[in-house]
Ligand binder design. Sequence first.
Ligand SMILES: Cc1cc2nc3c(=O)[nH]c(=O)nc-3n(C[C@H](O)[C@H](O)[C@H](O)COP(=O)(O)OP(=O)(O)OC[C@H]3O[C@@H](n4cnc5c(N)ncnc54)[C@H](O)[C@@H]3O)c2cc1C
Length: 374
Amino acid sequence: MGMRRFDVIIVGAGAAGIGIAAMLKELGVERMVVLERGEVGSTFNKWPKEMQLITPSFTTNFYGHLDLNAVVASTSPAYMLRKEHPTGREYARYLKDIAEYFDLPVIEQVNVEKVLHSGGSFRVHITKGNPIESRFVIWAAGEFQYPNINSFAGAELCLHNSLVKSWKYVKGDEIYVIGGYESGMDAAIHLSRLGKKVRVLDRDRVWSKRTTDPSENLSPFTFERLEKEMTHKRIELFGQSVVREVSIEQGRYLIYVKGKSLPYQSTTPPILATGFKSSLILVKELFDWEKEKFYCLLNEEDESIKTPGLFLVGPQVRHDDLIFCFIYKYRQRFGVVANAIGNRLGLETELLESYRDEGLYLDDLSCCGQECVC
Ligand SMILES: Cc1cc2nc3c(=O)[nH]c(=O)nc-3n(C[C@H](O)[C@H](O)[C@H](O)COP(=O)(O)OP(=O)(O)OC[C@H]3O[C@@H](n4cnc5c(N)ncnc54)[C@H](O)[C@@H]3O)c2cc1C
């Protein structure tokens, strides 16, 4: 790998890692590397084949609004792919093209196992090869490749939605889906399109929530698809259904729901769409954690309050009730992280100002959280 000591190591070449790498390169950070366990955009390549981005892409750049799914200024997945809702594989192509066009220093097939911090420096341990040192680490390893399969007893008997290559490989005519947010609804819609009956069990009733924050309720894209699919009467939604346990008896899956005396029964493994543990489990000791909602505590530069020099980019960034879990949200913090690192490396950071208009640099969070009036 040549040089073993860097100014910046970015872990993960997904949407967040590629976006921040491009900005740091523009800023003039030279001794930087992006370590990626698979290939650029590998999470998106792992999405079920039918899954599309729920956030729409559109060629809005011409009139000063960056495409909602773009991670780099002056780029647009809508323009490149001619798609409003790209599939995962298509979006991975966008990321790969960005990495090539901007000649980003990505090293693929390098798995980061752990990160140690001492004496103001980081030591990043990789699966094959010697540890690599760096002054700063940007954690951008995402969530998708770290499914949560411990949400209740027997959850491991279910099929986590992130492990489905295509919905057409799911056997059976009647499928239970546990979890009714975006992943669960996406599963239900695709299974119904294949002619299967689907029962969605959700602890709340996500489909009834109404706020303007898509981190709290379903997206318009999903409502629209769901409404259309519901006309075929194959999807049933069960709210207030807290699954306590799944077990298997004589080849049948028994799904026990709180307050219901008899379990639901299924001949096929229920689909588990209850979320992700997040890659942060690999570096959890380097962060302090909010005790009730369990998110990592960051300062106003999105740096760990426990470990100076460790930054977080991506959907796990959270400040109180502001959850940055979509591309168009978390990309706005790229400028904040680039500014912090640029200043500490003694670089000229004025050029970052132009990113404010592009929606890539938001440091004043008081403007977020407005509800729509209609
Ligand atoms: C099912 C689902 C649907 C979503 N749909 C949308 C949507 O429509 N619109 C939207 O804006 N957001 C969506 N999101 C949010 C989504 O998480 C992000 O937009 C995006 O994938 C996050 O980008 P990322 O770079 O943080 O993570 P990822 O895309 O997961 O990238 C992380 C990268 O890090 C690599 N990596 C992981 N661990 C290691 C390691 N130990 N060592 C080295 N490399 C590692 C991975 O291989 C991967 O390439 C969705 C999320 C999920 C789970």
